[in-house]
Design a protein around this ligand. Structure first.
Ligand SMILES: NC(=O)c1ccc[n+]([C@@H]2O[C@H](COP(=O)([O-])OP(=O)(O)OC[C@H]3O[C@@H](n4cnc5c(N)ncnc54)[C@H](OP(=O)(O)O)[C@@H]3O)[C@@H](O)[C@H]2O)c1
Length: 296
């Protein structure tokens, strides 16, 4: 039976991808532009391979061009930077994504800094980080953008709400906090040194968990009626011996009893990340060609 306090990220992401496909088809028909997304994968990390495969498939389904390169694990930093330079200069490439983590011999910051900010569809380049922090647009990191979309779809205007983000990473926690601030929430960022984390979480109308610790956030940390967004993806042993399963950072079975709305894992935030990557690629293709960005 459908439970209406569960936020169905899978369905929302499917709808978003459909809207992106419609706008992509329009861009191609009216301007002859096919948005191109290049993913650069270095090495053979199995989780990265799965992500890049899914991304490639969904890119093509949206009517975009899936480009990109797989480089060997022993690629030097100079060779990777040269590959990025080529993609920066290629007019068929509108978005570039370098899959993290990178092998130890490569400094991820130098690589992120080398991507043309206009093609930085992950939103990790310093210029885009600065634009987000100063409320001036730019490319917004995909996972937090997806979380904001799910929140606004469920709650409408977020103005004045108390939002607590647990986690302060550059790819999720910090940009998530910026987006909630931009949406006029009162924002607290919690982390591993926060005192009385359960008490801080209990103040939240909106609680975003981006920690990477399986089911750390208990049911009694949730203010009754709060909206809970669980970004965590943790692989743990399943009840069936020898099998693994995915759980979030929130103890879903307990939290769902208190929350007004909550994202499940899997099927919550996860599918929004690639959908937002496609959205950013479409936005990048429009901006690079001086075309008005559609409202999606
Ligand atoms: N759905 C998606 O598409 C998607 C995308 C990205 C990430 N994820 C998942 O989201 C989770 C977080 O990812 P991330 O890249 O942000 O992780 P990260 O870089 O490891 O950051 C984790 C954050 O959690 C904080 N933390 C760790 N232990 C804590 C504790 N006991 N109490 C309070 N805070 C604690 C850390 O605090 P300190 O800074 O003090 O160390 C850090 O700020 C992971 O499970 C990841 O797999 C999902």
């Amino acid at each position: 039976m459908a439970n209406d306090n569960i936020i169905d990220g899978k369905a929302f992401a499917a709808g978003l991808r459909e809207r992106i496909a419609v706008e992509t088809a329009k861009l191609t028909a009216e301007h002859g532009i096919v948005p191109g997304l290049a993913a650069v994968l270095v090495g053979e990390d199995p989780a990265s391979q799965v992500y890049v495969r899914n991304k490639n498939k969904q890119t093509v389904e949206a009517g975009m061009r899936s480009l990109g390169e797989t480089l060997p694990a022993d690629t030097t930093q100079a060779d990777l930077l040269a590959a990025i330079d080529k993609l920066n200069a290629d007019p068929a490439v509108h978005g570039i994504l370098v899959q993290l983590p990178l092998p130890d011999q490569i400094d991820p910051n130098s690589v992120i800094d080398a991507i043309d900010p206009a093609k930085d569809v992950d939103g990790f380049h310093l210029r885009n980080v600065g634009l987000l922090a100063t409320g001036r647009g730019g490319m917004v990191p995909c996972t937090p953008l997806g979380c904001r979309m799910l929140l606004e779809d469920r709650l409408g205007d977020l103005t004045g709400m108390n939002a607590v983000v647990v986690g302060r990473s550059n790819i999720v926690g910090k940009p998530m906090a910026q987006l909630l601030l931009d949406a006029n929430c009162t924002v607290t960022i919690a982390h591993s040194r926060t005192r009385d984390l359960p008490g801080v979480c209990r103040e939240a109308d909106i609680l975003v968990a981006a920690v990477g610790r399986p089911q750390m956030i208990g049911g009694d940390w949730i203010k009754p009626g709060a909206t809970v967004i669980d970004v965590g993806i943790n692989r743990v042993p399943a009840e069936e011996e020898g099998k693994m399963c995915l759980v979030g950072d929130v103890d879903f079975d307990e939290a769902v009893k208190h929350a007004g709305a909550i994202t499940p894992v899997p099927g919550g935030v996860g599918p929004m990340t690639i959908a937002c990557l496609l959205r950013n690629t479409l936005v990048a293709a429009c901006r690079q060609n001086g075309i008005e960005v559609p409202d999606i």
